[in-house]
Design a protein around this ligand. Structure first.
Ligand code: PEP
Length: 250
Protein backbone atom coordinates (compact mmCIF):
# COMPACT_ATOMS: atom_id res chain seq x y z
CA UNK A 1 0.00 0.00 0.00
CA UNK A 2 1.34 3.43 -0.95
CA UNK A 3 0.53 6.12 1.63
CA UNK A 4 -0.63 9.31 -0.09
CA UNK A 5 1.61 12.34 0.37
CA UNK A 6 0.46 15.94 -0.02
CA UNK A 7 3.22 18.53 0.17
CA UNK A 8 2.89 22.30 0.16
CA UNK A 9 5.73 24.14 -1.56
CA UNK A 10 5.57 27.70 -0.24
CA UNK A 11 8.33 28.81 -2.66
CA UNK A 12 9.77 32.28 -1.83
CA UNK A 13 6.62 33.45 -0.06
CA UNK A 14 5.50 34.47 3.46
CA UNK A 15 6.94 36.75 6.11
CA UNK A 16 8.01 35.12 9.36
CA UNK A 17 4.74 36.15 10.98
CA UNK A 18 2.68 34.82 8.05
CA UNK A 19 4.62 31.55 8.09
CA UNK A 20 4.05 31.09 11.81
CA UNK A 21 0.33 31.82 11.49
CA UNK A 22 -0.12 29.47 8.49
CA UNK A 23 1.77 26.62 10.16
CA UNK A 24 -0.20 27.10 13.39
CA UNK A 25 -3.50 26.96 11.55
CA UNK A 26 -2.47 23.93 9.48
CA UNK A 27 -1.29 22.12 12.58
CA UNK A 28 -4.87 22.09 13.81
CA UNK A 29 -6.78 21.71 10.52
CA UNK A 30 -4.56 18.87 9.20
CA UNK A 31 -4.44 16.84 12.39
CA UNK A 32 -7.51 14.81 11.39
CA UNK A 33 -5.89 13.33 8.25
CA UNK A 34 -3.24 10.93 9.52
CA UNK A 35 -3.83 8.51 6.61
CA UNK A 36 -2.11 11.13 4.44
CA UNK A 37 1.52 12.15 4.87
CA UNK A 38 1.35 15.97 5.19
CA UNK A 39 4.46 17.98 4.41
CA UNK A 40 5.04 21.74 4.72
CA UNK A 41 7.92 23.08 2.65
CA UNK A 42 8.65 26.67 3.72
CA UNK A 43 11.58 28.90 2.74
CA UNK A 44 14.87 27.88 4.46
CA UNK A 45 14.86 30.50 7.25
CA UNK A 46 11.41 29.46 8.46
CA UNK A 47 12.30 25.79 8.89
CA UNK A 48 13.58 26.15 12.46
CA UNK A 49 10.67 28.27 13.76
CA UNK A 50 8.19 25.94 12.06
CA UNK A 51 9.86 22.88 13.56
CA UNK A 52 8.94 24.33 16.97
CA UNK A 53 5.36 25.03 15.92
CA UNK A 54 4.89 21.51 14.51
CA UNK A 55 6.71 19.76 17.36
CA UNK A 56 4.57 16.94 18.73
CA UNK A 57 2.34 16.80 15.62
CA UNK A 58 2.64 14.29 12.80
CA UNK A 59 2.98 17.00 10.14
CA UNK A 60 6.51 16.98 8.76
CA UNK A 61 8.76 19.55 7.15
CA UNK A 62 10.52 19.59 3.82
CA UNK A 63 13.06 21.86 2.12
CA UNK A 64 12.78 23.34 -1.36
CA UNK A 65 16.33 22.57 -2.50
CA UNK A 66 19.78 21.67 -1.21
CA UNK A 67 23.41 21.97 -2.20
CA UNK A 68 25.33 19.28 -4.08
CA UNK A 69 28.08 19.28 -1.44
CA UNK A 70 27.68 18.51 2.27
CA UNK A 71 29.84 21.36 3.63
CA UNK A 72 32.60 23.79 2.79
CA UNK A 73 33.29 27.06 1.00
CA UNK A 74 30.01 27.39 -0.91
CA UNK A 75 28.70 30.78 0.19
CA UNK A 76 24.93 30.95 0.29
CA UNK A 77 24.34 27.23 -0.13
CA UNK A 78 22.42 25.05 2.35
CA UNK A 79 23.34 21.38 2.47
CA UNK A 80 21.23 18.26 2.83
CA UNK A 81 23.41 17.41 5.82
CA UNK A 82 22.16 20.58 7.55
CA UNK A 83 18.56 20.04 6.53
CA UNK A 84 18.16 16.34 7.21
CA UNK A 85 17.77 16.60 11.01
CA UNK A 86 14.81 18.96 10.48
CA UNK A 87 13.33 17.95 7.13
CA UNK A 88 12.07 14.50 6.19
CA UNK A 89 11.83 15.54 2.52
CA UNK A 90 13.92 17.71 0.21
CA UNK A 91 12.71 18.74 -3.24
CA UNK A 92 15.21 18.30 -6.06
CA UNK A 93 14.79 19.25 -9.70
CA UNK A 94 11.85 21.62 -9.28
CA UNK A 95 11.14 23.16 -12.68
CA UNK A 96 11.80 26.66 -11.35
CA UNK A 97 15.31 25.54 -10.49
CA UNK A 98 15.79 23.67 -13.77
CA UNK A 99 14.44 26.42 -16.00
CA UNK A 100 14.99 29.72 -14.11
CA UNK A 101 18.20 28.93 -12.18
CA UNK A 102 19.50 26.65 -14.96
CA UNK A 103 20.10 23.40 -13.07
CA UNK A 104 21.06 20.57 -15.39
CA UNK A 105 20.08 16.91 -15.10
CA UNK A 106 23.60 16.28 -13.73
CA UNK A 107 23.18 18.85 -10.95
CA UNK A 108 19.76 17.43 -10.08
CA UNK A 109 21.26 13.92 -9.90
CA UNK A 110 24.05 15.12 -7.60
CA UNK A 111 21.51 16.81 -5.32
CA UNK A 112 19.38 13.67 -5.25
CA UNK A 113 22.41 11.67 -4.11
CA UNK A 114 23.20 14.33 -1.46
CA UNK A 115 19.70 13.99 -0.02
CA UNK A 116 19.90 10.21 0.06
CA UNK A 117 23.37 9.95 1.61
CA UNK A 118 22.25 12.28 4.41
CA UNK A 119 19.20 10.22 5.29
CA UNK A 120 16.42 12.50 4.03
CA UNK A 121 13.99 11.55 1.25
CA UNK A 122 14.00 13.31 -2.11
CA UNK A 123 10.90 14.59 -3.85
CA UNK A 124 12.22 14.44 -7.42
CA UNK A 125 10.31 16.72 -9.80
CA UNK A 126 10.10 15.70 -13.43
CA UNK A 127 8.05 17.16 -16.26
CA UNK A 128 8.10 18.51 -19.76
CA UNK A 129 7.86 22.02 -21.22
CA UNK A 130 4.81 22.93 -23.30
CA UNK A 131 6.76 22.83 -26.58
CA UNK A 132 8.12 19.39 -25.66
CA UNK A 133 4.57 18.12 -25.07
CA UNK A 134 3.41 19.66 -28.35
CA UNK A 135 6.25 17.90 -30.19
CA UNK A 136 5.16 14.58 -28.63
CA UNK A 137 8.31 14.40 -26.49
CA UNK A 138 6.78 14.43 -23.00
CA UNK A 139 7.51 10.78 -22.24
CA UNK A 140 11.05 10.98 -23.60
CA UNK A 141 11.83 14.06 -21.48
CA UNK A 142 10.54 12.43 -18.30
CA UNK A 143 12.41 9.21 -19.12
CA UNK A 144 15.66 11.16 -19.58
CA UNK A 145 15.15 13.03 -16.30
CA UNK A 146 14.50 9.79 -14.39
CA UNK A 147 17.38 7.88 -15.97
CA UNK A 148 19.80 10.68 -15.29
CA UNK A 149 18.66 11.15 -11.68
CA UNK A 150 18.87 7.46 -10.78
CA UNK A 151 21.88 6.41 -12.87
CA UNK A 152 24.12 5.93 -9.82
CA UNK A 153 21.47 5.17 -7.21
CA UNK A 154 20.84 1.80 -5.54
CA UNK A 155 17.37 0.28 -5.89
CA UNK A 156 16.67 0.67 -2.14
CA UNK A 157 17.31 4.40 -2.43
CA UNK A 158 15.11 4.71 -5.51
CA UNK A 159 12.30 3.37 -3.32
CA UNK A 160 12.89 6.15 -0.76
CA UNK A 161 12.25 8.77 -3.43
CA UNK A 162 8.88 10.35 -4.18
CA UNK A 163 8.40 11.36 -7.82
CA UNK A 164 6.41 14.52 -8.52
CA UNK A 165 5.15 14.67 -12.09
CA UNK A 166 4.90 18.39 -12.74
CA UNK A 167 4.35 19.42 -16.36
CA UNK A 168 6.09 22.79 -16.53
CA UNK A 169 3.24 24.43 -18.43
CA UNK A 170 0.87 23.62 -15.54
CA UNK A 171 2.95 25.12 -12.72
CA UNK A 172 1.68 28.43 -11.39
CA UNK A 173 -0.34 29.00 -14.57
CA UNK A 174 -3.81 27.99 -13.38
CA UNK A 175 -3.86 25.51 -16.26
CA UNK A 176 -3.69 22.03 -14.70
CA UNK A 177 -3.06 18.89 -16.74
CA UNK A 178 -6.01 16.56 -17.11
CA UNK A 179 -6.27 13.64 -14.69
CA UNK A 180 -5.82 11.39 -17.75
CA UNK A 181 -2.48 13.12 -18.61
CA UNK A 182 -1.35 12.58 -15.02
CA UNK A 183 -2.45 8.94 -14.99
CA UNK A 184 -0.65 8.17 -18.25
CA UNK A 185 2.56 9.77 -17.05
CA UNK A 186 2.41 8.05 -13.65
CA UNK A 187 2.17 4.71 -15.46
CA UNK A 188 5.08 5.66 -17.70
CA UNK A 189 7.19 6.75 -14.70
CA UNK A 190 6.67 3.34 -13.05
CA UNK A 191 7.46 1.60 -16.34
CA UNK A 192 10.77 3.48 -16.65
CA UNK A 193 11.65 2.84 -12.99
CA UNK A 194 10.78 -0.85 -13.33
CA UNK A 195 13.83 -1.23 -15.60
CA UNK A 196 15.95 -0.07 -12.68
CA UNK A 197 14.28 -1.73 -9.69
CA UNK A 198 11.92 -4.35 -11.14
CA UNK A 199 8.17 -4.11 -11.68
CA UNK A 200 7.15 -5.09 -8.17
CA UNK A 201 9.36 -2.49 -6.49
CA UNK A 202 8.39 0.18 -9.03
CA UNK A 203 4.82 -0.37 -7.98
CA UNK A 204 5.78 0.73 -4.44
CA UNK A 205 7.13 4.11 -5.57
CA UNK A 206 4.86 7.04 -4.87
CA UNK A 207 4.04 9.39 -7.74
CA UNK A 208 2.46 12.77 -7.03
CA UNK A 209 0.89 15.16 -9.50
CA UNK A 210 1.76 18.86 -9.30
CA UNK A 211 0.68 21.84 -11.37
CA UNK A 212 -2.14 24.25 -10.45
CA UNK A 213 -3.77 21.82 -8.01
CA UNK A 214 -6.50 23.49 -5.96
CA UNK A 215 -9.45 22.48 -3.82
CA UNK A 216 -11.74 22.33 -6.88
CA UNK A 217 -9.65 20.10 -9.15
CA UNK A 218 -7.76 18.01 -6.56
CA UNK A 219 -10.31 15.18 -6.40
CA UNK A 220 -9.87 14.47 -10.13
CA UNK A 221 -6.20 13.60 -9.54
CA UNK A 222 -6.32 12.21 -6.04
CA UNK A 223 -9.11 9.74 -6.74
CA UNK A 224 -6.94 7.97 -9.33
CA UNK A 225 -5.23 4.83 -7.99
CA UNK A 226 -2.04 5.71 -9.92
CA UNK A 227 -1.63 9.12 -8.22
CA UNK A 228 -0.40 9.10 -4.63
CA UNK A 229 -0.87 12.71 -3.67
CA UNK A 230 0.01 16.20 -4.83
CA UNK A 231 2.80 18.74 -4.75
CA UNK A 232 0.96 22.02 -4.29
CA UNK A 233 2.36 25.52 -4.83
CA UNK A 234 -0.01 28.51 -4.81
CA UNK A 235 -2.91 26.77 -3.06
CA UNK A 236 -0.64 25.63 -0.21
CA UNK A 237 -0.44 29.24 1.03
CA UNK A 238 -4.14 29.21 1.89
CA UNK A 239 -4.93 27.04 4.90
CA UNK A 240 -8.50 26.26 3.81
CA UNK A 241 -7.47 25.29 0.25
CA UNK A 242 -4.56 23.13 1.37
CA UNK A 243 -6.68 21.41 4.02
CA UNK A 244 -9.34 20.58 1.45
CA UNK A 245 -6.69 19.13 -0.88
CA UNK A 246 -5.39 16.93 1.95
CA UNK A 247 -8.98 15.88 2.67
CA UNK A 248 -9.39 14.76 -0.97
CA UNK A 249 -6.32 12.53 -0.57
CA UNK A 250 -7.57 10.89 2.65
C1 PEP B 1 4.88 23.71 -7.52
O1 PEP B 1 5.46 24.71 -7.12
O2 PEP B 1 5.45 22.62 -7.43
C2 PEP B 1 3.54 23.84 -8.08
C3 PEP B 1 2.95 22.78 -8.53
O3 PEP B 1 2.98 25.11 -8.09
P1 PEP B 1 1.42 25.47 -8.39
O4 PEP B 1 0.58 24.53 -7.57
O5 PEP B 1 1.29 26.90 -7.96
O6 PEP B 1 1.20 25.26 -9.86
Amino acid sequence: MRKPIVAGNWKMNTSLEEARALAGELRSTLSAYSTVERVLIPPFPWIVPLADILDGSDIVLGAQDCAVEDQGAFTGEVSARMLAPLCRYIIVGHSERRHIIGETDEVVAAKLRAVLRNGARPILCVGELLEERERGEARAVVERQLQSAFADVEAADVLRTVIAYEPVWAIGTGRAATPEDAREMANWIREVLARHVGAEAANEIRVQYGGSVNADNAAGFLSLPEIDGALVGGASLKADQFTQIVERAA
